[in-house]
Design a protein around this ligand. Structure first.
Ligand SMILES: [Fe+2]
Ligand SMILES: [Fe+2]
Length: 325
């Protein structure tokens, strides 16, 4: 219970509310990291929990579309690579749930919000993986877009998130390369394989551009996140960077990007590209994508089926802790 006396004690220990806020603002302005024990505005904490939880959820839901192909990988080598990649994504989820826990959100609570639809994951994972070439297109485009988004997060103002991103980005870079190499093999293969690679790129290109989120003027959280240095670049800026990176890579792959308006703009020093179908984007965000229901059902089932593992781990920890005490 807060009383005048305890308030006074808190002020003595931690400074007045004005002083704490000023110290936080100064740390952000000086590009210092905010750490879990530091005072932070409640809205900063809430905004980080929302973003980091959504990121963690995306990592583990993102295992599903590709895991769908593990048993059908065309060779032992491809299977080993794909399994390593899918396991990496599980690891990314774990780092990010742990980092989110440093903000006082429990993992149970986060998973509960995912399972009940109160927290989102990236809409990109609500599209189906129809052929083996989709594994390549996801690695090249989806992991590629993720890297473009996440490299600046290595300098995010919140320490645990920034540090988790350093390792995640290294692994994402392997994911991007395996996808690129897979597509290259298909593109240079038989006409049917080339066709399959082109079809996958046709289907994944636009959803990948949507991964950067709505345009800057329509993005609800962008401005405040930039001010807090959680975000370093706007959605449109990152999307442009991604397009500029992909165009020469598509040429090397011998594949085309499905956008008749895509062309180099000498004046801007960037590629112009066509309009994004934001109606489709919002429709998928709202739960009406081709796989929204399937992904959540599968996730809930995996959680229920894993209950015995969590129980066993908790029992082991209690026993182990008891023995030590
Ligand atoms: Fe990942
Ligand atoms: Fe990845």
């Amino acid at each position: 219970m807060a009383t005048a006396a305890t308030d006074h004690m808190a002020d003595e220990l931690y400074g007045t509310p004005e002083a704490r806020e000023a110290a936080f603002d100064a740390a952000v302005a000086a590009d210092e990291r905010i750490e879990p024990r530091d005072w932070m505005p409640e809205a900063y904490r809430a905004s980080l929990v929302r973003q980091m939880a959504q990121h963690a959820h995306s990592e583990i839901i993102g295992m599903q579309p590709e895991a769908n192909w593990i048993t059908r990988a065309p060779s032992l080598r491809r299977k080993a690579i794909l399994m390593a990649k899918v396991q990496d994504e599980a690891g990314h989820g774990l780092y990010l749930y742990s980092a989110t826990e440093t903000l006082g959100a429990s993992r149970d609570e986060l998973l509960d919000k995912l399972h009940s639809g109160r927290q989102k994951y990236s809409s990109i994972f609500n599209y189906p993986t129809l052929t083996w070439a989709d594994v390549g297109a996801i690695g090249w485009l989806v992991d590629g877009a993720a890297i473009t988004n996440q490299v600046p997060l290595c300098r995010c103002s919140y320490g645990p998130y920034a540090r988790a991103m350093v390792r995640i980005c290294k692994e994402e870079s392997f994911h991007q390369r395996q996808g690129y190499e897979l597509l290259l093999a298909l593109s240079k293969g038989t006409p049917e394989q080339h066709e399959m690679a082109q079809d996958a790129v046709n289907r994944w290109w636009w959803p990948s551009l949507m991964m950067f989120g709505p345009s800057d003027d329509e993005s609800a959280h962008s401005a405040q996140s930039m001010a807090w240095k959680i975000k370093r670049h706007s959605n449109d800026e990152l999307r442009q960077r991604f397009v500029d990176i992909c165009v020469p890579q598509a040429e090397t792959l011998g594949l085309t990007l499905p956008d008749p308006d895509l062309r180099w703009n000498e004046e801007r020093g960037h590629h112009d590209f066509g309009a994004i179908d934001w109606d489709e984007f919002w429709n998928v965000v709202k739960g009406n994508g081709p796989c929204n229901e399937q992904r959540l059902t599968q996730r809930r089932r995996a959680h229920e089926e894993g209950a015995w593992v969590r129980d066993a781990a908790a029992a082991y920890a209690a026993k182990h802790g008891g023995a030590k005490a």
